[in-house]
Design a protein around this ligand. Structure first.
Ligand code: C2E
Ligand code: MG
Ligand code: MG
Ligand code: MG
Length: 287
């Protein structure tokens, strides 16, 4: 009967689609109160040296502990928070929480110099208050600037004016590290690499996924791309982190390709702050 009613009406009355839309708006509507009630939690995923498997950094990844729906991943609400603008307030909260946790690890284990890496949405990076927000998070928590890394995607770096965001230079001026997240999946206008004080490239999961568990990937295309990107990064004196490392074979290939650090389920899934602390207590190796 859908055909008979015509395409437009099908779109309007599709019961599944409207149910999904309603669920989406309900989730979006609930975000501000959830932030006020303290329902968000930050988990941390180890970023590990491929040389000796020591934990050199952690990425802060936000989750929503929803009273009815349970633990909700960021893919379901970060986009909504960007659309509504709440990301500015939510992101500032994540940033402060991450700095607070990192500073408490630093106090407990001063020798480890663990870096905390925090995602910045385009909308946050473009917000006029971003430099002050970051400076304030460092000041209030006491975390040294060099132990904070900010991750931006290529599109967030370039902003809407087709130029790298001016605030990035000021952020780097604070002494924090800047990383390009999901490198290789956006519109790579590589000009920004020579114009901006970037410290690290995070190679997007799909390239790593292409490195097969047995160390081969058919025509080795993804492996050659990783090889080229690692060389590019090192020529620019940048660190490289491979994302989504899921197997030992991938970790070994990445090490052979001179990739510096890896992140993924093979080295540890995102986990609550106290489990990072336990791992530090165990000398930084997988607990
Ligand atoms: P991302 O920054 O690229 O983070 C990496 C994602 O890969 C995380 O998903 C992580 O859980 C997932 N991952 C970990 N190990 C593996 C693995 O072995 N294989 C694969 N395929 N994936 C793995 P998560 O936590 O669901 O976060 C999704 C995205 O949400 C993040 O992607 C980031 O863009 C965004 N996000 C998370 N937290 C924040 C935040 O506080 N602020 C902002 N603006 N965005 C955030
Ligand atoms: Mg996810
Ligand atoms: Mg990230
Ligand atoms: Mg990423």
């Amino acid at each position: 009967w859908a055909k008979a009613e015509g395409r437009g009406r099908w779109a309007v009355y599709d019961p599944e689609r409207s149910a999904a839309d309603i669920a989406r708006s309900a989730l979006a509507a609930g975000l501000p109160a959830a932030l006020d009630r303290g329902e968000f939690v930050v988990h941390y995923q180890p970023i590990v040296s491929l040389l000796d498997e020591s934990m050199v950094a952690v990425e802060a990844l936000v989750r929503w502990q929803h009273p009815e729906l349970g633990l909700i991943g960021p893919d379901r609400f970060i986009g909504l928070a960007e659309e509504t603008g709440l990301i500015v307030r939510l992101g500032a909260w994540v940033l402060k929480q991450a700095c607070r946790d990192a500073e408490s690890w630093r106090r407990a284990y001063p020798a480890t110099r663990l870096v905390v890496s925090v995602n910045l949405a385009a909308r946050q990076a473009d917000d006029p208050g971003i430099v002050e927000t970051v400076a304030e998070a460092l000041q209030h928590t006491g975390l040294p600037a060099e132990l904070l890394q900010l991750e931006l995607t290529e599109s967030a770096v370039m902003g809407t004016a087709g130029e790298p965001l001016r605030s990035l230079r000021r952020l780097a001026g604070l002494g924090v590290r800047l990383a390009i997240d999901d490198f290789g999946t956006g519109y790579s206008n590589l000009a920004y690499l020579r114009r901006l004080p970037i410290h690290c490239l995070k190679l997007a999961g799909p390239f790593v996924e292409g490195i097969r568990a047995d160390g081969t990937d058919g025509d080795h295309r993804d492996e050659r791309i990783v090889d080229a990107l690692v060389r590019l990064a090192h020529a620019l004196e940048l660190w490289v982190t491979a994302e989504a490392v899921e197997t030992e074979a991938q970790a070994e290939r990445l090490r052979a390709l001179r990739c510096d650090t890896g992140q993924g389920r093979w080295f540890g899934a995102p986990m609550p702050a106290d489990r990072i602390r336990a791992r530090l207590a165990g000398g930084g190796k997988a607990a």
